[in-house]
Structure formats: C-alpha cells, structure tokens
Design a protein around this ligand. Structure first.
Ligand code: ADP
Ligand code: MG
Length: 594
C-alpha cells in the first residue's frame, strides 16, 4: 500500500461533484436556485441537446462583484452563511457553497456577472477545474452561467447520462418545480432556441399550474388552503382522471423547497384515497410551511428528503387537510348547471384513430392512466413526462340531472355493468363500485347524525373466535357500536353479534366479524376515529352487491337514485371509477361518422 496523502483539490471537487451533479437537470436546479437566491425577477434557461451540449442560465439578480468571481467557483465559498448559528435558520436555497465549484470541476463553465455598482461585467472561465483570469466584458446587470460539455473529461460519468430527450425532460421538470413555488419570478425555458415553457413574473399560482399541468386540467384543480399556527398549507389537487401510476405530477414543497419523501407521498395517497385508485398518485401541488426548527430539509445533499420533529402530526394534518378539501371538490358533485360545459368537454376528449376499439380506448382513458414505468422505483423517481408539455386533460364526465335519474331504460351486462343513455352520450356503470360508494356516503351521513342505524338480529349470530381475538374485538366494541355493529361476549371464545347496520342487508355476520377482527389487528395502534374510518370502507365494500350478482330492475333503479343523492358517485371507496362516459362524439367516431 502507498502512504497516505491528501487528495489534490481538483480530485476532491470532482468527488464532491458526484454528490451535487448527477445529470444536466441537477446543474439546472443549482443554477436556477442561485438566481433565485440572488433576487432575480426573471430567469431564462437555454439548453442544447437536452443540456448535454450546453446549458445557460441568465438572471437579472444582484450579480457578483468582479473580485468575488474566483471565490464563487471555489468550493465551500458562499455569501449565504457566515457563522454556525446561521445553519439553523437558512432562508436561501443554497448555502453549502459547493454547486458552482462542483459544476466547474466537471464541465467547461463560463460565469459572467455584473452588480448594480460595477461599471462593466466581469467573466471567469473554468475548464474542468482549471480556472482562468477574471476579465472585463460587456454585459447587463445580473448573472449568466454557461455550462458546456458536462462530464466530457469523465467518461465514467458521461456514460450514465440518457438520451437528450430524457435529460431535457428532467431539466424541464426542475424548471417547472421551481416556477410553481416562486411567484413573483418569471421563468422561460428554451431548447434549441425553441420556447418550451414560460411563466410571467406576475402570474399567480393558478396560472403557474396551468403552465405546468395544462390549462384545462388546472381549471379543474381543487384549491385547499389551511392556516394553522403550527402548519400551514396550500394545495391544488387534480381530478381523479389525472392521476398517474408514477409520482411525476406530485409537487410537494416544504418551506419553499421541492421535496420528495416516501412518507409524505404515503400521506398524500392516504389523503386522496377515495379519489385516486390505489397504486396511483394525484396531480398535485402542495406547499407546506412549518416553523424552520420543526423541519429539516437539509438531510441530503440534494435536499429532497425531509425530517420532521413531529412527523406523525405533520402527516395527520396533511391527510386531514386533503380529505377536508376534497370533500368540497366540484368534480365530486353532480351539478345540473355544469351539464352543458361538461358534455362539451366530453366531446373534446383525446382520441387516436377512428376504429371502434380505439374510440373505446379514448373513453376509458378517462380512467386508465398511462403505465409510465412499471418498476417499483418509478414512483419515487418522479419520471417527468418526456412527451413534453403536460397534455391537455380536458376529459370530463357529464352528470345526468338529478330529476332525470331513474328514468330511461337501463341495460345490465353480465350482471356487472349498467349501460344507459345520459345527456351528451352514454355511460357505463359498475354496479359494485356504485353500491360501495352509496354505502360509504350513507353510512357517513348516519354517523354525522349520531351513529349508524342498526338492525337488531332476531337471533344473535354466534361466531367462534380465539380468546385473544375476543378480547381485541371487545376492546373496540364502542367504535363498532357507532358503526351499527353490536357485539358482546358469549362464553369465553364466542362472540355474539346482536345488531348489524340496517342498510347493509347483504352483510353476513361471520364475514363481518372476520373483517372487524382483521381491522382490529391491523390497526392495533389506531385511534378510534381511524379504526372507524377503516371499518367504514370495509363495511361499504362488503355490504355492496358484487360483480355478477343479479339485480332486478327496481333494485338497479333504486341504486342509481341513491347514487344521484350523493355528494359524489364518480369513484368507489377505493378510488376506482364508478362510471365511464362515452360521448356522442366518441360514438360518431366509432361508426366513422366523423
Ligand atoms: P451556494 O449557493 O451554496 O452559496 P454556489 O456554489 O451555488 O453556493 O454559489 C457560490 C456563491 O456564488 C453564492 O454564495 C453566491 O454568492 C454566488 N452566486 C452564484 N450564483 C449567483 C447568481 N446567479 N447571482 C448572484 N450570485 C451568485
Ligand atoms: Mg447555490
């Protein structure tokens, strides 16, 4: 073995660069964050070949003084942190003083800047860590950083880069993330001279969502705002049909920083679970603000992960806020007044060719989200959509006016699907999904009014369980009673069920007990409210007709009528669709009339 020696600074920087600079998008993130820290009002990003050839970020911020230029590209040199205490209350995006030095060590970097006081701009060039003299050049106030040939002298790193289109989509994702969270700042992204993305400095959050998610979708996002002493949050949530299998459209911010945190994502899914099928993520902008000492967003060099002082409290507030907000969602309500525009919106649904199958595909696109990436990692990695700008999601479902509910013929297919005419086209319903949603909403209403109406059993149903199971169930008997299920011990290992929820006539006592036992086990630590919520979902499902169950005409109509009275009957309790709409335009296409 050789003797121990300190590494040359250039090598140190290149190793450190590995932490900060992974791909062009990481450079874009760092440079744009620097521009934001410099108080820029307008930031322009120009890319060639997805950033692989060159990337340039220009801003109109405070600029860097000529004598500071060499320091700016030196590692651990920063203007944002002076003393150790500053670390506890960081207000800037950067503070490590690593980014420019790292980028400069793995690329050809040209930094040009001018402060308000300076009479001219100054420039410094660094080629793969080899710095040159500062020189005077012409230029306006602000900073321009040009980064060329990333990793060109480091073939080991270069080979991990993807094709230009992929790198471009990652760069774009960062510009969008930063644009969403920085109102008051204008952003422009060019690729090969072509303008790909733009928001003006004065555009508000809704306009920014429009630029990122497409204006059709942004218009239908639900607004949620909560101001608490501990946690404040502002959110925009997209409708069910805009959900995806990957988390590419989930934008979470903590104290102004975009973060990606597995547990936060789980809380999001929990909060939207009635609208978004399991395994899917909503289209979401969600910004949380916490006192800085209660959250640490700096645990990872790329600052994407977070740590909370009281994480359970944060997650619980997040879930609650989403649920409360979504309960008011306009796309969850049947509104006669929206009918015209909704039906028209249906006519604008995207479509492929004009064959019948593709037309069916079009309609079901309302619910079938693209399987962007089936690998387990996909969700965490946020795969930005390489197809470029968020496609316009103008799809929307019409709702028959309440007074028409129950009229007109209904066809039952395979004792599973109901088909009928609705204004603007036809719809297909899933009888189980509809019944499950009806049960859930009706049970909830009863709970709000006190407790679920129960139906005493003439002869109590006896179910044998173990000693421990019995104890577990009895411990939770008060929660179950609120749900209309009355249980008591009958001997040492037998449970007697005295009453079940009145409206769930399909519920079988022994199955019910097994379900409750499951839940009591699974949610041993859960609060009574959480257990109640879980039990509600389970009962709503078990008490519903199944696919394949034959229903007579009266039962079908009854179900539809109950559905019409609900605050929402578009998704089942698990977020799966209740109804799929085929517009007249879809039908016309299918029959080559268009
Ligand atoms: P950090 O942002 O962590 O301080 P960087 O390496 O990103 O570290 O930047 C080093 C320093 O260079 C910053 O502290 C700042 O003073 C200066 N700087 C970098 N980019 C800009 C910019 N666009 N405008 C003004 N100053 C900048
Ligand atoms: Mg920085």
């Amino acid at each position: 073995m050789n003797s121990i020696q300190l590494l040359p600074p250039k090598v140190v920087d290149q190793i450190a660069a590995g932490e900060v600079v992974e791909r062009p998008a990481s450079v874009i993130k760092e440079l744009v964050e620097n521009a934001l820290d410099a108080g820029a009002k307008n930031i322009e990003v120009r890319l060639q070949e997805g950033g692989l050839r060159s990337m340039e970020v220009r801003d109109d911020g405070c600029g860097i003084a000529a004598e500071d230029l060499p320091l700016a590209v030196t590692s651990h040199a920063t203007s944002k942190l002076r003393k150790p205490e500053d670390l506890d209350a960081i207000a800037t995006m950067g503070f490590r003083g690593e980014a420019l030095a790292s980028v400069a060590s793995v690329s050809r970097l040209l930094l040009t800047s001018k402060t308000a006081e300076a009479s001219h701009a100054s420039q410094i060039r660094v080629d793969f860590g080899r710095g040159q003299e500062v020189r005077e050049v012409a230029g306006v106030q602000g900073t321009r950083v040009l980064v060329e040939d990333l990793f060109a002298e480091l073939p080991g790193r270069r080979k991990f880069l993807k094709k230009a289109a992929t790198e471009l989509s990652h760069c774009r994702a960062w510009v969008e993330r930063l644009a969403l969270s920085h109102q008051g700042v204008g952003f422009r992204l060019f690729h090969q001279q072509r303008l790909l993305f733009e928001v003006q400095a004065d555009e508000d959050l809704d306009r920014r969502c429009g630029a990122v998610f497409g204006s059709g979708l942004a218009e239908r996002m639900v607004k949620i705002e909560e101001r608490g002493t501990y946690l404040s949050l502002e959110a925009r949530v997209g409708p069910p049909e805009s959900a995806r299998r990957d988390a590419g459209r989930v934008h979470l911010y903590l104290n102004g920083r975009w973060v990606r945190d597995a547990r936060l994502l789980r809380a999001v899914r929990e909060g939207v679970r009635e609208f978004v099928e399991s395994g899917h993520y909503p289209t979401l902008y969600l910004a949380m603000a916490l006192p800085p000492e209660r959250a640490d967003v700096n645990v990872h060099p790329q600052k994407l992960e977070v740590r909370f002082r009281d994480s359970n409290l944060v997650f619980a507030s997040l879930v609650k806020a989403l649920r409360r907000g979504l309960a008011q969602a306009p796309w969850a309500t049947r509104q006669v007044g929206e009918l015209g525009s909704e039906a028209e919106a249906g006519g604008r649904m995207r479509s492929g060719s004009s064959s019948f199958s593709s037309s069916m595909g079009t309609a079901s696109q309302v619910w079938e989200r693209p399987l962007a990436d089936s690998s387990g990692q996909a969700a965490m990695e946020s795969q930005p959509d390489s197809a470029g700008p968020a496609e316009e999601d103008r799809t929307s479902l019409p709702f028959p006016p309440r007074e028409q509910e129950g009229l007109g013929p209904i066809l039952s297919v395979a004792n599973t699907f109901l088909v009928r005419e609705v204004p603007g086209g036809m719809e297909i319903l899933d009888q189980h999904a509809l019944h499950e949603r009806v049960n859930l909403e009706e049970l909830r209403r009863e709970i709000r009014q006190g407790q679920v109406i129960s139906q005493p059993l003439l002869i109590p149903a006896l179910v044998d369980v173990g000693r421990q199971e019995l104890a577990l169930l009895l411990e939770r008997s008060e929660t179950f009673r609120r749900l209309g299920v009355e249980i008591e011990a009958f001997g040492e290992t037998t449970l007697a069920i005295r009453a079940v929820p009145a409206r769930l006539e399909r519920l079988q006592a022994d199955k019910l007990v097994m379900d409750l036992l499951d839940l009591a086990r699974e949610h041993r630590q859960a609060s009574p409210e959480n257990l109640q919520e879980e039990a509600l979902y389970r009962m709503a499902c078990r008490g519903a007709v199944m696919a394949g169950d034959r229903l007579d005409e009266a039962a079908l109509r009854g179900l539809l009528q109950r559905g019409a009275k609900l605050p929402q009957d578009r998704t089942c309790a698990h977020g799966r669709p209740v109804r799929v709409f085929l517009s007249l335009a879809d039908l016309e296409k299918a029959f080559h009339r268009r």
